[in-house]
Design a binder for this molecule. Structure first.
Ligand SMILES: C[S@@+](CC[C@H](N)C(=O)[O-])C[C@H]1O[C@@H](n2cnc3c(N)ncnc32)[C@H](O)[C@@H]1O
Length: 199
């Protein structure tokens, strides 16, 4: 599978094409809700988590919903939990857990820029091209903290946020996305980043 591309399809099928420990980092935000997956949510999550653990050599990072944190900590205990403080939305201050899993080869961090907590306003309104689009700046900060992670996989790449962050950090990415419309959005955003960088 070639890097710096977004492949359209079911990540559970596409990940079968990746060898064990062939990816340095998985950085992703999977579907949070039962209505966004086919079949039982936790069966789906378990398949995705096992397959990510197989292909990923150094670190697996999952941004998830605080509402499912109890189950996630119990069934999939992380190495550490970081916090994405998302700012005010509908009169309440919101946050999401960022779960960090150490894989077989271990990970190294850049201690000078390490942070446990990120303040990044969640996207709203016209700047948002995808229902679940996350801020590129947040992904750039998180990915940038981990050293020697040159190849990053996002199996649920949505609007391409992980790809954009990798491009800015000069790291390679592979993206999977089931929804063809989201793939178009992601590729459009990537092309615009290229134009912007080259101009
Ligand atoms: C929470 S969103 C990711 C948003 C992304 N972080 C961004 O900033 O745009 C989850 C994405 O996973 C996709 N998805 C759901 N099931 C999938 C599957 N089995 N394989 C690949 N992509 C899937 C959805 O279409 C959605 O775009």
């Amino acid at each position: 599978m070639k890097p710096n591309r977004i492949y359209q399809g079911d990540c559970l099928e596409l990940m079968k094409g990746l060898k064990d420990n062939s990816i340095d980092m998985v950085m992703t935000s999977p579907p949070f809700k039962q209505e966004d997956v086919q079949g039982d949510y936790w069966e789906f999550y378990d398949s995705f988590f096992k397959e990510c653990s197989r292909v990923c050599g150094k670190v697996l990072i999952i941004i998830h919903s605080a509402t499912k944190l109890n189950h996630l900590i119990r069934e999939y205990p992380p190495h550490r939990v970081l916090v994405w403080a998302k700012g005010f939305s509908h009169y309440s201050y919101r946050w999401n857990p960022i779960l960090v899993y150490q894989m077989d080869d271990g990970y190294k961090v850049n201690r000078r820029i390490w942070s446990d907590c990120y303040n990044a306003q969640s996207l709203v309104g016209d700047g948002k091209k995808h229902k679940y689009q996350d801020p590129v700046e947040l992904y750039k900060l998180i990915i940038g903290m981990f050293k020697e992670c040159d190849l990053v996989l996002d199996p649920f790449i949505g609007s391409g946020t992980t790809a954009l962050a990798c491009k800015r950090l000069n790291r390679k990415f592979i993206g999977f996305e089931i929804d063809p419309e989201s793939v178009k959005i992601a590729n459009r955003r990537l092309a615009q980043t290229q134009l912007h960088t080259e101009s």
